[in-house]
Design a protein around this ligand. Structure first.
Ligand SMILES: *Cc1c(COP(=O)(O)O)cnc(C)c1O
Length: 849
């Protein structure tokens, strides 16, 4: 068949209900429990059947039912309540009086994936869900943010299992009529398209728009009828294994994304690159600034990084994309002219700092070169990342490597159960979720009656079990399971048993095998008559990860034992929907990664806001979240050289914590039908997660530490024909030509000691600055505890001042440092440039004595 003309037939929605359609086209509904309830009350079964997709749902709702509701006063009142809230939360153009941003500021947030709701399959896992939560929180906080991503034809795969537990992958096609995308328009009101140069001609993409509350999310899509198949294919799937395709996607996201924004007249004042995939955006932004502000390449290079945030999520070097420079070149060809610089210069922006890096192009390195604000996603990950990338700044102490951390958080309204949120409405006041970080509000959780919280939690657990049964029945039917086993499936799990959930990707470092290291011990835990325990597994293995798939198979086989079938189940197709059900009903959220590979982890936070208790290895966020009043740790944060040995030790520790602590605590019910200690831990866990690990706190931290100063930098640097940026560029050139001549003598102490606490040590040194003048540099004493012969730990620096100008560019610098602690210390001295962090962190501008 050729020349097929598509057309769509929309349902007739009676006028009084027209808001239902409006609501379905902004994903704001997806984090309003009240709005979901509105749809649900139209027809709860049909709502489930439509997979909670309001567009599909409204199409399927019979006309008669809608007509009935159009005159149903109570339904209309419910609708009005939501419409009023929608107007305030989404439509009203409020100039926030206390906003640190100006009206034309715009923060562009780039991510390869966005997980917003299960009906929009644009994500693979945690990274995407985090990005979705980020946009939702930005909407709640009324930040001037714009999301940029790709629209995938197939998204990530749907997982189902064969009879013997082998993972099968399905790639259903996304039907654009079933998701609330609309065409993005250019400045003249026409459909917006962008083109980027490819190795075989231009790559053309259409731009779509999704509305996430107040935040527009623009998505690029190459699946256009006029594009040749290999171009249409670029946005077919998330994370293709083929390197060329991956590169094309990343070019499209970064360069195409920036062009899409420009096509709508948006020139962001801040760019946030969520992981390295989108870092090409920096190069295109340089080109845009050059042409818009009439500056040269070097000047633009002083502007872009000072207003760019780069978040890294991967604590292993091999996890970052590195492409052969040869295949990157054709995409960057046109920039030679636009940036008026050489190909070599452009490629050097992504050149790794390790040995033999000639001919390689690293997306992470490009991110570092493009962003002054670089961060990991938990405290531990920040320090791991500083170590991992310290080779980029030879000579710089590891704790000064300019990678900080902002711990991830989860969007509370998206993950909290309806019942818990109603409970909090009653005890905390209805505005609680606008200020979840406020201890004054959150401490009211202590006032909730124990039996009431327990009752609500049990309802959530019951729902979890019901959903598990429903989902398993569907899954088993698909596998053509014999009738006898089907009967069994309908009654899996126990409403009252301690329910542990292990839901995460089946990647090796997540170590789902840890629970199975001693199968007999696990079996005896699961089959206890007095203290029954049940475990729910869920998670996908990467299609190419045979080891991960084998693990799933192992779990399925293990769960097939008749005596375990009721206590251990595997739910297929872990996605946002299953995640929501699981985090809301779990008693225990189990996490056993190999430290320090879990950069942060967020699913445990989702469980915690619902009163679930975490049992986990001290890795990622749990290092910050753990304390004994709110959960359990496995081990004490040890790291091992021998991973087999580590698995043995830690699996024993896991069994021990379960049998000695978790299980007895849960069943310590005394006269109540719940354990008092457990309940107090639930409350502590909820308070902890709301206050410290919610996305509002995360986004506020980005705002405070990165966005506000980025926007200011951008503004100031561009003022007066970019005068400040030009000055930075000249100064950098000057330092670059003169820095090599700087010499600094080892510092001398005036007195030789011994010193006592409180004494001052007077230090002086001779510095040769050549043509550079003292106003251009900081000379510092650097001191700390001696770690080995040639390094100190916890180093501190103290500024030195010119004591004497010896002439000919030579100076005596001196200062006094105070001995504030006892122990063995070492000191030395160094010269760094004066100025802001971006100039200070220049790789070569550091000279030690
Ligand atoms: C929250 C979430 C994740 C991330 O969880 P981790 O703790 O990082 O494993 C992954 N997938 C889905 C569907 C989620 O909702």
């Amino acid at each position: 068949m050729k020349h097929i003309q598509p057309f769509q037939v929309f349902p007739i929605i009676p006028e009084p209900l027209s808001f239902l359609d409006t609501l379905s086209r902004n994903l704001w509904w997806s984090w309003q429990n009240d709005a979901k309830e509105l749809y649900k009350r139209i027809d709860p079964k049909l709502w489930e059947k439509s997979e909670q997709n309001p567009i599909v749902f409204l199409t399927n709702t019979p006309k008669e039912r809608l007509e009935e509701l159009a005159v149903d006063g109570s339904f209309l009142a419910h609708q009005k309540r939501i419409r009023d809230n929608f107007v305030i939360s989404v439509l009203q153009k409020l100039d926030k009086p206390d906003s640190p941003f100006q009206h034309n500021d715009n923060i562009a947030y780039f991510s390869m994936e966005f997980g917003i709701h299960e009906c929009i399959p644009l994500f693979a896992g945690g990274l995407g869900v985090l990005a979705g939560d980020h946009l939702k929180a930005a909407s709640d906080l009324m930040l001037p943010m714009t999301g940029v991503g790709l629209l995938y034809k197939h998204g990530y795969f749907r997982q189902f299992l064969s009879q013997d537990g082998m993972q099968q992958e399905e790639y259903p096609e996304t039907d654009l009529y079933k998701i609330p995308v609309e065409k993005a328009l250019d400045l003249s009101g026409k459909s917006l398209y962008v083109t980027v140069n490819g190795p075989n001609g231009n790559i053309r993409a259409r731009v779509w728009k999704l509305s996430i509350g107040r935040i527009p999310l623009y998505l690029l899509d190459t699946n256009l009828p006029d594009n040749p198949p290999e171009i249409r294919d670029i946005t077919a799937n998330l994370y293709p294994a083929n390197q060329n395709k991956r590169l094309a996607q990343e070019v499209l996201l970064g360069i195409g994304g920036m062009r899409a924004l420009a096509g709508m007249g948006i020139f962001p004042s801040v760019v946030h690159l969520n992981e390295g995939h989108s870092t090409f955006a920096g190069i295109e932004r340089i080109a845009q600034i050059i042409s818009k502000h009439n500056v040269d390449y070097k000047t633009a290079l002083e502007i872009v990084p000072r207003s760019t945030v780069f978040t890294t999520h991967t604590p292993v070097i091999a996890g970052h994309d590195v492409f052969p420079a040869e295949i990157v070149k054709p995409y960057l060809e046109s920039y030679k002219e636009e940036l008026e610089t050489s190909e070599k210069e452009i490629l050097s922006l992504g050149k790794p700092a390790w040995k033999d890096s000639e001919g390689q192009f690293s997306m992470f390195i490009l991110g570092l070169r493009m962003a002054q604000y670089c961060n990991g996603v938990s405290e531990l990950h920040g320090s791991v990342a500083r170590k991992m990338w310290s080779h980029v700044w030879p000579g710089k102490p590891v704790d000064e490597i300019p990678i900080s951390h902002i711990t991830n958080g989860v969007h509370v309204p998206s993950w909290i159960s309806y019942e818990i949120s109603l409970l909090l409405d009653r005890y905390l006041g209805t505005g609680w979720n606008k200020h979840p970080w406020d201890p004054a509000i959150m401490n009211r959780i202590d006032g909730i009656y124990d039996e009431e919280l327990w009752h609500v939690h049990e309802m959530n657990r019951t729902r979890l079990i019901r959903k598990c049964r429903e989902l398993m029945i569907k899954q088993y039917e698909k596998r053509n399971t014999p009738k006898m086993i089907m009967n069994d499936v309908e009654s899996v799990l126990d409403q009252d048993a301690l329910t542990i959930v292990f839901a995460r990707r089946f990647a090796t470092y997540k170590r789902s095998h840890l629970l199975f290291m001693d199968p007999e011990r696990l079996e005896s835990i699961l089959t206890s008559k007095t203290h029954p325990v049940q475990i729910i597994f869920a998670g996908k293995a990467h299609p190419k990860d045979q080891e991960g798939k084998d693990l799933i198979k192992f779990v399925i086989r293990f769960a097939q034992k008749p005596e375990l079938r009721h206590h251990l189940i595997f739910l297929e197709n872990y996605d946002i929907n299953t995640a929501r059900i699981l985090v809301q009903g779990a008693d225990v959220w189990l996490n056993t990664p190999r430290r320090p590979f879990e950069a942060c982890g967020t699913s445990g936070m989702k469980a915690a806001i619902n009163g679930g208790l975490n049992v986990g290895i001290l890795d990622g966020w749990w290092c910050e979240g753990y304390s004994e009043e709110r959960g359990w740790r496995i081990g004490k944060g040890e790291e091992y050289f021998d991973s087999e040995y580590q698995d043995n030790v830690e699996s024993q520790a896991l069994y021990n914590v379960l049998t000695d602590e978790v299980i007895p605590c849960f069943y310590d019910k005394k006269s109540n039908n719940y354990s008092q200690v457990w309940l107090s831990k639930m409350k502590e866990s909820m308070k902890m997660a709301m206050q410290n690990f919610c996305s509002h706190v995360m986004v506020s931290n980005y705002t405070k530490h990165c966005y506000v100063s980025s926007a200011e930098n951008n503004r100031n640097l561009l003022l007066n024909s970019a005068a400040e940026a030009r000055a930075h560029s000249l100064q950098r050139e000057r330092l670059r030509s003169l820095w090599k001549l700087i010499r600094i003598e080892p510092p001398k102490r005036k007195d030789q000691g011994p010193f006592r606490v409180g004494d001052t040590v007077n230090v002086s040194t001779e510095v040769f600055l050549g043509e550079i003048i003292p106003e251009e540099v900081d000379v510092q004493v650097y001191y700390g505890r001696i770690h080995s012969v040639d390094s100190v730990t916890d180093g501190k620096s103290e500024g030195m001042i010119v004591e004497e100008n010896l002439g000919n560019g030579c100076y005596i610098y001196s200062c006094a440092i105070t001995c504030s602690d006892t122990g063995r210390f070492g000191l030395t001295a160094r010269v760094i440039p004066k100025g802001d962090d971006w100039i200070k962190n220049t790789q070569d501008f550091l000279t030690w004595a």
